[in-house]
Design a protein around this ligand. Structure first.
Ligand SMILES: Nc1nc2c(c(=O)[nH]1)N[C@H]1C(S)=C(S)[C@@H](COP(=O)(O)O)O[C@H]1N2
Ligand SMILES: [Mo]
Length: 536
Protein backbone atom coordinates (compact mmCIF):
# COMPACT_ATOMS: atom_id res chain seq x y z
CA UNK A 1 0.00 0.00 0.00
CA UNK A 2 1.29 3.51 -0.77
CA UNK A 3 0.28 7.00 0.34
CA UNK A 4 -2.12 7.73 -2.57
CA UNK A 5 -4.22 4.70 -1.80
CA UNK A 6 -5.22 6.05 1.52
CA UNK A 7 -6.53 9.31 0.01
CA UNK A 8 -5.04 11.31 2.84
CA UNK A 9 -5.43 14.86 1.51
CA UNK A 10 -5.13 17.73 3.99
CA UNK A 11 -3.94 15.71 6.98
CA UNK A 12 -1.08 14.13 5.03
CA UNK A 13 2.06 14.48 7.13
CA UNK A 14 5.64 13.83 6.11
CA UNK A 15 6.20 10.65 8.06
CA UNK A 16 8.10 7.52 7.08
CA UNK A 17 6.01 5.71 4.45
CA UNK A 18 5.98 2.36 6.15
CA UNK A 19 4.16 3.60 9.25
CA UNK A 20 1.65 6.13 7.82
CA UNK A 21 -1.71 5.32 9.43
CA UNK A 22 -0.95 1.67 9.14
CA UNK A 23 -3.88 1.07 11.48
CA UNK A 24 -6.38 1.99 8.75
CA UNK A 25 -8.45 -1.01 7.72
CA UNK A 26 -7.94 -2.41 4.23
CA UNK A 27 -10.99 -1.75 2.01
CA UNK A 28 -11.93 -5.42 2.04
CA UNK A 29 -11.81 -5.79 5.81
CA UNK A 30 -13.63 -2.47 6.30
CA UNK A 31 -16.43 -3.47 3.93
CA UNK A 32 -16.70 -6.93 5.51
CA UNK A 33 -17.01 -5.42 8.98
CA UNK A 34 -19.84 -3.16 7.80
CA UNK A 35 -21.63 -6.08 6.16
CA UNK A 36 -21.27 -8.30 9.24
CA UNK A 37 -22.59 -5.53 11.46
CA UNK A 38 -25.77 -5.03 9.41
CA UNK A 39 -26.28 -8.78 9.15
CA UNK A 40 -25.98 -9.05 12.92
CA UNK A 41 -28.55 -6.28 13.26
CA UNK A 42 -30.94 -8.05 10.86
CA UNK A 43 -30.49 -11.38 12.63
CA UNK A 44 -31.00 -9.99 16.12
CA UNK A 45 -34.00 -7.94 14.97
CA UNK A 46 -35.58 -11.01 13.45
CA UNK A 47 -34.90 -13.13 16.52
CA UNK A 48 -36.31 -10.64 19.02
CA UNK A 49 -39.30 -10.00 16.74
CA UNK A 50 -39.91 -13.74 16.51
CA UNK A 51 -39.96 -14.00 20.29
CA UNK A 52 -41.99 -10.85 20.98
CA UNK A 53 -44.15 -10.12 17.95
CA UNK A 54 -43.54 -11.02 14.31
CA UNK A 55 -44.83 -7.63 13.23
CA UNK A 56 -41.82 -5.92 14.75
CA UNK A 57 -39.08 -7.45 12.58
CA UNK A 58 -37.41 -4.31 11.20
CA UNK A 59 -36.59 -5.93 7.83
CA UNK A 60 -40.16 -7.11 7.29
CA UNK A 61 -41.62 -3.86 8.56
CA UNK A 62 -39.53 -1.88 6.09
CA UNK A 63 -40.65 -4.30 3.37
CA UNK A 64 -44.27 -3.74 4.37
CA UNK A 65 -43.70 -0.02 4.20
CA UNK A 66 -42.26 -0.37 0.70
CA UNK A 67 -45.36 -2.34 -0.35
CA UNK A 68 -47.72 0.18 1.22
CA UNK A 69 -45.98 3.19 -0.30
CA UNK A 70 -45.22 1.74 -3.74
CA UNK A 71 -46.94 3.63 -6.53
CA UNK A 72 -49.48 1.52 -8.39
CA UNK A 73 -47.45 1.10 -11.65
CA UNK A 74 -44.52 -0.31 -9.67
CA UNK A 75 -46.78 -2.76 -7.82
CA UNK A 76 -48.32 -3.96 -11.09
CA UNK A 77 -44.90 -4.26 -12.70
CA UNK A 78 -43.68 -6.38 -9.79
CA UNK A 79 -46.75 -8.62 -9.84
CA UNK A 80 -46.58 -9.07 -13.61
CA UNK A 81 -42.85 -9.65 -13.75
CA UNK A 82 -42.33 -11.79 -10.65
CA UNK A 83 -45.84 -13.15 -10.11
CA UNK A 84 -46.22 -14.87 -6.79
CA UNK A 85 -42.46 -14.54 -6.17
CA UNK A 86 -42.80 -10.78 -5.85
CA UNK A 87 -42.32 -10.83 -2.07
CA UNK A 88 -39.21 -12.97 -2.31
CA UNK A 89 -37.81 -10.58 -4.90
CA UNK A 90 -38.60 -7.62 -2.66
CA UNK A 91 -36.94 -9.17 0.39
CA UNK A 92 -33.93 -10.30 -1.64
CA UNK A 93 -33.52 -6.81 -3.13
CA UNK A 94 -33.78 -5.24 0.30
CA UNK A 95 -31.20 -7.66 1.62
CA UNK A 96 -28.83 -6.74 -1.21
CA UNK A 97 -29.36 -3.01 -0.68
CA UNK A 98 -28.84 -3.29 3.08
CA UNK A 99 -25.71 -5.37 2.55
CA UNK A 100 -24.34 -2.78 0.12
CA UNK A 101 -25.11 0.05 2.53
CA UNK A 102 -23.31 -1.94 5.24
CA UNK A 103 -20.29 -2.37 2.96
CA UNK A 104 -20.39 1.35 2.17
CA UNK A 105 -20.60 2.23 5.84
CA UNK A 106 -17.54 0.06 6.47
CA UNK A 107 -15.60 1.64 3.62
CA UNK A 108 -16.28 5.12 4.98
CA UNK A 109 -14.87 4.06 8.34
CA UNK A 110 -11.43 2.72 7.51
CA UNK A 111 -9.80 4.98 10.04
CA UNK A 112 -12.36 5.52 12.78
CA UNK A 113 -15.69 3.75 13.29
CA UNK A 114 -17.85 6.88 13.68
CA UNK A 115 -19.23 7.18 10.15
CA UNK A 116 -20.21 3.51 10.09
CA UNK A 117 -21.84 3.75 13.50
CA UNK A 118 -23.96 6.67 12.30
CA UNK A 119 -24.92 4.83 9.11
CA UNK A 120 -26.00 1.77 11.09
CA UNK A 121 -27.89 3.95 13.57
CA UNK A 122 -29.68 5.59 10.63
CA UNK A 123 -30.69 2.20 9.24
CA UNK A 124 -31.88 1.17 12.70
CA UNK A 125 -33.89 4.38 12.87
CA UNK A 126 -35.52 3.57 9.55
CA UNK A 127 -36.44 0.10 10.81
CA UNK A 128 -37.85 1.55 14.03
CA UNK A 129 -39.87 4.12 12.07
CA UNK A 130 -41.28 1.41 9.79
CA UNK A 131 -42.32 -0.62 12.82
CA UNK A 132 -43.77 2.42 14.57
CA UNK A 133 -45.83 3.60 11.60
CA UNK A 134 -47.06 0.10 10.74
CA UNK A 135 -50.86 -0.20 10.93
CA UNK A 136 -50.45 -2.95 13.52
CA UNK A 137 -47.94 -1.20 15.79
CA UNK A 138 -48.17 -2.43 19.37
CA UNK A 139 -46.50 -1.59 22.67
CA UNK A 140 -43.38 -3.79 22.64
CA UNK A 141 -42.71 -3.49 18.94
CA UNK A 142 -39.83 -1.05 19.26
CA UNK A 143 -37.78 -3.56 21.24
CA UNK A 144 -36.73 -5.55 18.15
CA UNK A 145 -35.50 -2.61 16.06
CA UNK A 146 -33.86 -1.16 19.18
CA UNK A 147 -31.97 -4.37 19.93
CA UNK A 148 -31.10 -4.70 16.25
CA UNK A 149 -29.57 -1.24 16.23
CA UNK A 150 -27.58 -1.90 19.39
CA UNK A 151 -26.35 -5.23 18.01
CA UNK A 152 -25.32 -3.59 14.73
CA UNK A 153 -23.46 -0.74 16.43
CA UNK A 154 -21.86 -3.03 19.01
CA UNK A 155 -20.63 -5.50 16.42
CA UNK A 156 -19.36 -2.72 14.20
CA UNK A 157 -17.33 -1.06 16.97
CA UNK A 158 -15.99 -4.36 18.22
CA UNK A 159 -14.89 -5.76 14.86
CA UNK A 160 -13.52 -2.35 13.87
CA UNK A 161 -11.43 -2.34 17.02
CA UNK A 162 -10.15 -5.88 16.34
CA UNK A 163 -9.44 -4.92 12.73
CA UNK A 164 -7.43 -1.84 13.62
CA UNK A 165 -5.49 -3.77 16.23
CA UNK A 166 -4.70 -6.52 13.78
CA UNK A 167 -2.99 -4.00 11.52
CA UNK A 168 -0.77 -2.37 14.08
CA UNK A 169 2.70 -3.86 13.83
CA UNK A 170 3.47 -3.11 17.45
CA UNK A 171 4.91 -6.50 18.05
CA UNK A 172 6.69 -9.02 15.87
CA UNK A 173 4.80 -10.90 13.19
CA UNK A 174 3.68 -13.62 15.56
CA UNK A 175 1.48 -11.21 17.48
CA UNK A 176 0.15 -9.62 14.27
CA UNK A 177 -0.95 -13.03 13.04
CA UNK A 178 -2.72 -13.87 16.28
CA UNK A 179 -4.53 -10.55 16.19
CA UNK A 180 -5.67 -11.31 12.67
CA UNK A 181 -6.88 -14.61 13.96
CA UNK A 182 -8.88 -12.85 16.64
CA UNK A 183 -10.44 -10.65 13.96
CA UNK A 184 -11.22 -13.66 11.78
CA UNK A 185 -12.76 -15.67 14.61
CA UNK A 186 -14.74 -12.64 15.79
CA UNK A 187 -16.08 -12.14 12.27
CA UNK A 188 -16.96 -15.78 11.91
CA UNK A 189 -18.76 -15.77 15.26
CA UNK A 190 -20.75 -12.70 14.26
CA UNK A 191 -21.67 -14.22 10.89
CA UNK A 192 -22.81 -17.49 12.44
CA UNK A 193 -24.62 -15.66 15.22
CA UNK A 194 -26.50 -13.53 12.69
CA UNK A 195 -27.47 -16.60 10.68
CA UNK A 196 -28.57 -18.52 13.77
CA UNK A 197 -30.62 -15.59 15.10
CA UNK A 198 -32.38 -15.14 11.77
CA UNK A 199 -33.05 -18.88 11.60
CA UNK A 200 -34.37 -19.19 15.15
CA UNK A 201 -36.40 -15.98 14.68
CA UNK A 202 -38.02 -17.47 11.60
CA UNK A 203 -38.70 -20.81 13.30
CA UNK A 204 -40.35 -19.47 16.43
CA UNK A 205 -42.59 -17.31 14.26
CA UNK A 206 -43.68 -20.03 11.91
CA UNK A 207 -45.16 -22.38 14.44
CA UNK A 208 -48.90 -22.61 13.85
CA UNK A 209 -48.73 -26.15 12.53
CA UNK A 210 -49.80 -27.59 15.89
CA UNK A 211 -52.85 -25.36 16.01
CA UNK A 212 -53.65 -26.20 12.37
CA UNK A 213 -53.49 -29.93 13.01
CA UNK A 214 -55.88 -29.49 15.93
CA UNK A 215 -58.33 -27.52 13.78
CA UNK A 216 -58.16 -30.12 11.02
CA UNK A 217 -59.06 -32.77 13.60
CA UNK A 218 -61.92 -30.60 14.90
CA UNK A 219 -63.25 -30.26 11.35
CA UNK A 220 -63.28 -34.04 11.16
CA UNK A 221 -65.72 -34.38 14.05
CA UNK A 222 -67.69 -31.12 13.57
CA UNK A 223 -71.41 -30.96 12.78
CA UNK A 224 -72.19 -30.02 9.20
CA UNK A 225 -75.42 -28.40 8.02
CA UNK A 226 -74.26 -28.96 4.46
CA UNK A 227 -71.46 -30.91 2.79
CA UNK A 228 -69.91 -30.58 -0.64
CA UNK A 229 -70.91 -33.44 -2.93
CA UNK A 230 -68.22 -35.64 -4.43
CA UNK A 231 -66.91 -33.99 -7.59
CA UNK A 232 -68.43 -35.70 -10.68
CA UNK A 233 -65.95 -37.27 -13.07
CA UNK A 234 -67.15 -35.03 -15.91
CA UNK A 235 -66.53 -31.79 -13.99
CA UNK A 236 -63.10 -31.29 -15.58
CA UNK A 237 -60.96 -32.54 -18.46
CA UNK A 238 -57.43 -32.62 -17.05
CA UNK A 239 -56.53 -35.28 -19.63
CA UNK A 240 -57.17 -32.59 -22.28
CA UNK A 241 -55.20 -29.89 -20.47
CA UNK A 242 -57.72 -28.19 -18.18
CA UNK A 243 -57.03 -27.89 -14.44
CA UNK A 244 -58.59 -30.43 -12.10
CA UNK A 245 -61.94 -29.26 -10.74
CA UNK A 246 -60.65 -28.74 -7.19
CA UNK A 247 -57.28 -27.04 -6.84
CA UNK A 248 -54.97 -28.70 -4.34
CA UNK A 249 -54.25 -26.34 -1.44
CA UNK A 250 -50.55 -26.16 -2.30
CA UNK A 251 -51.40 -25.15 -5.90
CA UNK A 252 -54.08 -22.62 -4.96
CA UNK A 253 -53.06 -19.17 -6.22
CA UNK A 254 -51.92 -16.84 -3.46
CA UNK A 255 -52.19 -13.04 -3.47
CA UNK A 256 -51.69 -10.74 -0.51
CA UNK A 257 -49.50 -7.94 0.78
CA UNK A 258 -48.27 -9.95 3.78
CA UNK A 259 -44.49 -10.29 3.87
CA UNK A 260 -44.75 -12.48 6.94
CA UNK A 261 -47.64 -14.89 6.99
CA UNK A 262 -49.55 -14.12 10.18
CA UNK A 263 -49.14 -16.84 12.78
CA UNK A 264 -52.19 -16.52 14.91
CA UNK A 265 -53.11 -19.76 16.67
CA UNK A 266 -56.80 -20.65 16.66
CA UNK A 267 -56.90 -20.34 20.46
CA UNK A 268 -55.62 -16.76 20.26
CA UNK A 269 -58.00 -15.73 17.48
CA UNK A 270 -61.12 -13.72 17.97
CA UNK A 271 -63.31 -11.67 15.69
CA UNK A 272 -64.87 -8.46 16.87
CA UNK A 273 -68.07 -7.48 15.04
CA UNK A 274 -69.03 -3.91 15.79
CA UNK A 275 -69.93 -0.50 14.38
CA UNK A 276 -73.48 0.08 13.18
CA UNK A 277 -74.91 -3.02 14.83
CA UNK A 278 -77.57 -3.53 17.48
CA UNK A 279 -75.48 -5.95 19.58
CA UNK A 280 -71.70 -5.95 19.33
CA UNK A 281 -70.25 -9.45 19.30
CA UNK A 282 -66.84 -11.00 19.84
CA UNK A 283 -66.54 -14.53 18.49
CA UNK A 284 -63.84 -16.95 19.61
CA UNK A 285 -62.63 -19.79 17.41
CA UNK A 286 -64.36 -22.33 19.66
CA UNK A 287 -67.64 -20.38 19.26
CA UNK A 288 -67.22 -20.32 15.53
CA UNK A 289 -66.34 -23.96 14.91
CA UNK A 290 -69.03 -25.05 17.37
CA UNK A 291 -71.71 -23.71 15.01
CA UNK A 292 -73.20 -25.85 12.25
CA UNK A 293 -70.68 -25.71 9.42
CA UNK A 294 -71.29 -25.63 5.69
CA UNK A 295 -68.94 -26.94 3.02
CA UNK A 296 -69.21 -25.56 -0.52
CA UNK A 297 -67.11 -25.47 -3.67
CA UNK A 298 -66.21 -21.87 -4.56
CA UNK A 299 -63.92 -20.49 -7.25
CA UNK A 300 -61.86 -17.50 -6.10
CA UNK A 301 -60.42 -15.03 -8.59
CA UNK A 302 -58.03 -12.12 -8.26
CA UNK A 303 -58.83 -8.82 -9.93
CA UNK A 304 -55.20 -8.75 -11.08
CA UNK A 305 -55.75 -11.83 -13.23
CA UNK A 306 -54.92 -10.89 -16.80
CA UNK A 307 -56.68 -12.43 -19.79
CA UNK A 308 -55.25 -15.94 -19.97
CA UNK A 309 -53.91 -15.73 -16.39
CA UNK A 310 -53.86 -18.26 -13.57
CA UNK A 311 -54.97 -16.23 -10.53
CA UNK A 312 -58.09 -18.36 -10.23
CA UNK A 313 -58.58 -21.56 -8.21
CA UNK A 314 -61.32 -23.68 -6.70
CA UNK A 315 -61.66 -25.31 -3.30
CA UNK A 316 -64.29 -26.81 -1.06
CA UNK A 317 -64.47 -24.11 1.61
CA UNK A 318 -65.75 -24.97 5.07
CA UNK A 319 -67.16 -22.23 7.24
CA UNK A 320 -70.01 -20.48 8.94
CA UNK A 321 -72.51 -18.42 6.91
CA UNK A 322 -71.55 -14.80 7.50
CA UNK A 323 -75.15 -13.70 6.91
CA UNK A 324 -76.35 -15.66 9.95
CA UNK A 325 -73.81 -13.94 12.19
CA UNK A 326 -74.73 -10.51 10.85
CA UNK A 327 -78.41 -11.25 11.46
CA UNK A 328 -77.46 -12.09 15.02
CA UNK A 329 -75.72 -8.77 15.65
CA UNK A 330 -78.46 -6.81 13.88
CA UNK A 331 -76.71 -4.72 11.21
CA UNK A 332 -78.18 -1.24 10.75
CA UNK A 333 -79.73 -1.10 7.24
CA UNK A 334 -77.89 2.19 6.68
CA UNK A 335 -74.52 0.41 7.03
CA UNK A 336 -73.80 -0.27 3.36
CA UNK A 337 -70.16 -1.28 3.95
CA UNK A 338 -68.74 -4.19 5.88
CA UNK A 339 -65.20 -3.15 6.65
CA UNK A 340 -62.92 -6.08 7.45
CA UNK A 341 -59.39 -6.03 8.83
CA UNK A 342 -56.77 -8.70 9.13
CA UNK A 343 -54.36 -9.27 11.96
CA UNK A 344 -51.41 -7.95 9.94
CA UNK A 345 -53.12 -4.71 9.01
CA UNK A 346 -54.73 -5.25 5.58
CA UNK A 347 -58.30 -4.05 5.19
CA UNK A 348 -61.09 -3.90 2.66
CA UNK A 349 -64.74 -2.98 2.30
CA UNK A 350 -67.48 -5.32 1.06
CA UNK A 351 -71.04 -4.27 0.20
CA UNK A 352 -73.27 -5.36 3.09
CA UNK A 353 -76.11 -5.97 0.62
CA UNK A 354 -74.12 -8.70 -1.15
CA UNK A 355 -73.13 -10.46 2.06
CA UNK A 356 -76.75 -10.28 3.30
CA UNK A 357 -78.27 -11.80 0.10
CA UNK A 358 -79.97 -14.99 1.34
CA UNK A 359 -78.51 -17.21 -1.39
CA UNK A 360 -75.06 -15.61 -1.69
CA UNK A 361 -73.29 -18.01 0.61
CA UNK A 362 -70.68 -15.62 2.03
CA UNK A 363 -68.57 -17.48 4.59
CA UNK A 364 -66.31 -16.98 7.51
CA UNK A 365 -64.16 -19.85 6.32
CA UNK A 366 -62.14 -22.10 8.63
CA UNK A 367 -61.34 -24.96 6.27
CA UNK A 368 -60.24 -25.65 2.74
CA UNK A 369 -60.41 -29.00 0.96
CA UNK A 370 -60.97 -30.99 4.14
CA UNK A 371 -58.31 -29.38 6.32
CA UNK A 372 -57.74 -26.21 8.29
CA UNK A 373 -56.92 -23.20 6.12
CA UNK A 374 -53.24 -23.22 5.16
CA UNK A 375 -51.34 -20.37 6.88
CA UNK A 376 -50.91 -18.52 3.57
CA UNK A 377 -54.63 -18.73 2.81
CA UNK A 378 -55.79 -17.13 6.04
CA UNK A 379 -55.44 -19.52 8.98
CA UNK A 380 -57.35 -19.58 11.24
CA UNK A 381 -60.26 -17.64 9.66
CA UNK A 382 -60.86 -15.75 6.41
CA UNK A 383 -63.79 -14.29 4.50
CA UNK A 384 -65.05 -15.76 1.23
CA UNK A 385 -67.80 -14.11 -0.81
CA UNK A 386 -68.78 -15.98 -3.99
CA UNK A 387 -68.89 -13.70 -7.03
CA UNK A 388 -66.64 -10.91 -5.71
CA UNK A 389 -62.94 -10.55 -6.47
CA UNK A 390 -60.74 -11.29 -3.47
CA UNK A 391 -59.56 -7.69 -3.07
CA UNK A 392 -63.02 -6.56 -1.91
CA UNK A 393 -64.14 -9.67 -0.07
CA UNK A 394 -61.57 -12.35 0.70
CA UNK A 395 -59.92 -10.97 3.84
CA UNK A 396 -57.51 -13.58 5.18
CA UNK A 397 -56.53 -13.71 8.88
CA UNK A 398 -59.66 -11.62 9.56
CA UNK A 399 -59.99 -10.29 13.12
CA UNK A 400 -62.28 -7.27 12.84
CA UNK A 401 -65.58 -6.62 11.07
CA UNK A 402 -67.16 -3.22 11.26
CA UNK A 403 -70.55 -2.26 9.88
CA UNK A 404 -70.10 1.24 8.48
CA UNK A 405 -70.79 3.22 5.32
CA UNK A 406 -68.74 3.66 2.17
CA UNK A 407 -68.83 7.40 2.90
CA UNK A 408 -66.70 7.01 6.05
CA UNK A 409 -63.39 8.56 4.94
CA UNK A 410 -61.45 6.55 7.54
CA UNK A 411 -62.80 3.21 6.31
CA UNK A 412 -61.63 2.86 2.74
CA UNK A 413 -60.28 -0.43 1.38
CA UNK A 414 -56.53 -0.88 0.89
CA UNK A 415 -56.71 -1.36 -2.88
CA UNK A 416 -59.35 1.36 -3.28
CA UNK A 417 -56.81 3.71 -1.71
CA UNK A 418 -54.32 2.49 -4.30
CA UNK A 419 -56.43 3.39 -7.31
CA UNK A 420 -58.54 0.27 -7.74
CA UNK A 421 -62.31 0.18 -7.89
CA UNK A 422 -64.50 0.26 -4.81
CA UNK A 423 -66.63 -2.64 -6.01
CA UNK A 424 -65.44 -5.87 -7.50
CA UNK A 425 -68.01 -8.21 -9.00
CA UNK A 426 -66.08 -10.91 -10.88
CA UNK A 427 -66.24 -10.45 -14.64
CA UNK A 428 -67.33 -13.37 -16.83
CA UNK A 429 -64.10 -14.79 -18.21
CA UNK A 430 -62.60 -17.80 -19.95
CA UNK A 431 -59.14 -19.21 -20.63
CA UNK A 432 -57.66 -21.54 -23.22
CA UNK A 433 -55.42 -24.21 -21.64
CA UNK A 434 -54.86 -26.34 -24.75
CA UNK A 435 -53.22 -25.87 -27.10
CA UNK A 436 -50.74 -23.62 -25.38
CA UNK A 437 -49.62 -20.43 -27.06
CA UNK A 438 -46.92 -21.12 -29.71
CA UNK A 439 -47.39 -24.88 -29.35
CA UNK A 440 -46.98 -27.17 -32.36
CA UNK A 441 -49.73 -29.78 -32.47
CA UNK A 442 -49.17 -32.99 -34.40
CA UNK A 443 -52.60 -34.57 -34.76
CA UNK A 444 -55.38 -34.70 -37.35
CA UNK A 445 -57.80 -33.19 -34.87
CA UNK A 446 -56.83 -30.36 -32.55
CA UNK A 447 -58.44 -30.52 -29.12
CA UNK A 448 -59.09 -27.05 -27.77
CA UNK A 449 -59.89 -27.04 -24.06
CA UNK A 450 -60.02 -24.68 -21.15
CA UNK A 451 -62.00 -23.15 -18.36
CA UNK A 452 -64.61 -20.41 -17.92
CA UNK A 453 -66.08 -18.69 -14.88
CA UNK A 454 -68.91 -16.33 -13.97
CA UNK A 455 -69.23 -16.86 -10.23
CA UNK A 456 -72.69 -16.67 -8.75
CA UNK A 457 -74.24 -16.38 -12.23
CA UNK A 458 -73.03 -19.55 -13.87
CA UNK A 459 -71.66 -20.33 -17.32
CA UNK A 460 -74.29 -20.99 -20.02
CA UNK A 461 -72.18 -21.36 -23.16
CA UNK A 462 -68.58 -21.32 -24.35
CA UNK A 463 -67.72 -20.75 -28.00
CA UNK A 464 -64.48 -21.07 -29.91
CA UNK A 465 -63.53 -19.64 -33.27
CA UNK A 466 -60.47 -20.31 -35.35
CA UNK A 467 -58.75 -17.79 -37.64
CA UNK A 468 -61.67 -15.37 -37.33
CA UNK A 469 -64.20 -17.94 -38.63
CA UNK A 470 -67.65 -18.70 -37.21
CA UNK A 471 -68.14 -19.25 -33.48
CA UNK A 472 -68.57 -22.92 -32.62
CA UNK A 473 -70.10 -24.12 -29.33
CA UNK A 474 -67.78 -26.14 -27.08
CA UNK A 475 -68.82 -29.09 -24.92
CA UNK A 476 -69.27 -27.99 -21.30
CA UNK A 477 -68.33 -30.00 -18.23
CA UNK A 478 -70.95 -30.97 -15.64
CA UNK A 479 -71.94 -27.93 -13.61
CA UNK A 480 -71.03 -28.37 -9.96
CA UNK A 481 -72.28 -24.96 -8.78
CA UNK A 482 -72.88 -21.51 -10.24
CA UNK A 483 -70.15 -20.37 -7.84
CA UNK A 484 -67.45 -22.45 -9.51
CA UNK A 485 -65.60 -22.55 -12.78
CA UNK A 486 -66.65 -24.76 -15.65
CA UNK A 487 -64.41 -26.58 -18.09
CA UNK A 488 -65.00 -26.91 -21.81
CA UNK A 489 -63.50 -28.62 -24.87
CA UNK A 490 -63.93 -28.80 -28.62
CA UNK A 491 -62.44 -31.01 -31.33
CA UNK A 492 -61.31 -29.12 -34.42
CA UNK A 493 -60.10 -30.79 -37.62
CA UNK A 494 -57.61 -28.25 -38.94
CA UNK A 495 -55.24 -28.09 -41.93
CA UNK A 496 -51.48 -27.82 -41.31
CA UNK A 497 -50.01 -24.38 -40.70
CA UNK A 498 -50.45 -21.51 -38.24
CA UNK A 499 -53.79 -20.88 -36.56
CA UNK A 500 -55.31 -18.60 -33.96
CA UNK A 501 -58.06 -19.80 -31.63
CA UNK A 502 -60.21 -17.42 -29.63
CA UNK A 503 -62.77 -18.17 -26.95
CA UNK A 504 -65.70 -16.33 -25.39
CA UNK A 505 -68.04 -17.40 -22.61
CA UNK A 506 -71.67 -16.46 -22.16
CA UNK A 507 -73.07 -16.50 -18.64
CA UNK A 508 -76.54 -17.42 -17.47
CA UNK A 509 -77.65 -13.77 -17.41
CA UNK A 510 -77.13 -13.80 -21.20
CA UNK A 511 -74.01 -11.66 -21.09
CA UNK A 512 -71.31 -12.70 -23.57
CA UNK A 513 -67.68 -11.76 -22.89
CA UNK A 514 -66.78 -8.56 -24.67
CA UNK A 515 -63.96 -8.45 -27.22
CA UNK A 516 -63.00 -5.04 -25.80
CA UNK A 517 -59.66 -5.31 -24.01
CA UNK A 518 -59.46 -3.76 -20.55
CA UNK A 519 -56.51 -3.70 -18.17
CA UNK A 520 -56.81 -5.39 -14.77
CA UNK A 521 -56.89 -2.01 -13.01
CA UNK A 522 -59.37 -0.69 -11.80
CA UNK A 523 -61.89 -3.54 -11.77
CA UNK A 524 -60.72 -6.55 -13.77
CA UNK A 525 -59.53 -7.46 -17.27
CA UNK A 526 -61.79 -8.08 -20.26
CA UNK A 527 -61.20 -9.35 -23.79
CA UNK A 528 -61.23 -12.67 -25.62
CA UNK A 529 -58.41 -15.01 -24.71
CA UNK A 530 -56.54 -16.30 -27.75
CA UNK A 531 -53.68 -18.64 -28.58
CA UNK A 532 -51.59 -18.99 -31.73
CA UNK A 533 -50.46 -22.49 -32.55
CA UNK A 534 -49.16 -24.55 -35.44
CA UNK A 535 -50.54 -27.78 -36.81
CA UNK A 536 -47.47 -29.68 -37.98
N1 LIG B 1 -55.16 -10.11 4.85
C1 LIG B 1 -55.22 -10.08 3.51
N2 LIG B 1 -56.25 -10.69 2.92
C2 LIG B 1 -56.35 -10.68 1.57
C3 LIG B 1 -55.40 -10.01 0.77
C4 LIG B 1 -54.32 -9.36 1.45
O1 LIG B 1 -53.44 -8.74 0.83
N3 LIG B 1 -54.26 -9.43 2.82
N4 LIG B 1 -55.51 -10.03 -0.58
C5 LIG B 1 -56.83 -10.29 -1.16
C6 LIG B 1 -56.77 -10.61 -2.56
S1 LIG B 1 -56.36 -9.34 -3.61
C7 LIG B 1 -57.11 -11.85 -3.07
S2 LIG B 1 -57.25 -12.09 -4.72
C8 LIG B 1 -57.39 -12.98 -2.17
C9 LIG B 1 -56.53 -14.17 -2.53
O2 LIG B 1 -56.75 -15.23 -1.66
P1 LIG B 1 -55.79 -16.50 -1.74
O3 LIG B 1 -54.39 -16.00 -1.57
O4 LIG B 1 -56.23 -17.43 -0.69
O5 LIG B 1 -55.98 -17.08 -3.13
O6 LIG B 1 -57.13 -12.65 -0.83
C10 LIG B 1 -57.58 -11.39 -0.42
N5 LIG B 1 -57.40 -11.30 0.99
MO1 LIG C 1 -56.67 -10.05 -5.73
Amino acid sequence: MNAQDRGGGADERPVPTATVRIGDLSPLVAAAIGVLAVWAALGVGHLVAGLLSAASSPLLAVGDMVIRLSPEPLTEFAKNTFGTNDKLVLLASMFVVITLVGAGAGLLSRERPNTGVWAIAAMGGLGAAAVYFSPVYAELDLVAPGMAMLAGIGVFRWLHHLGVRARQPVAPAVEGVSRRKVLASGSLAVGLGALASAGVGTLVVRDVQGSRAEVTAQLGRATYAERALPVPGAAAFPQLGTPTFLTANRDFYRIDTALRIPTLAAADWQLRIHGMVARELTVSFADLIGRPLVERPITLTCVSNRVGGHLVSTANFIGVPLRDILLEVGVDPAADQLFSQSTEGWYTGTPTSVVMEPGRGALLAVGMNGEALPPEHGFPVRMVVPGLYGFVSGTKWVVDLEATTFLNPFRQGFWFEHGWSRFGPIKTMSRIDAPQDSETVTADTVVVAGVAWAQHTGIAKVEVRVDGGPWQPATLSDEVSIDTWRMWNLDLPLPGGDHTAEVRATDKSGYAQTEQRAEVIPNGATGWPSVRFTVG
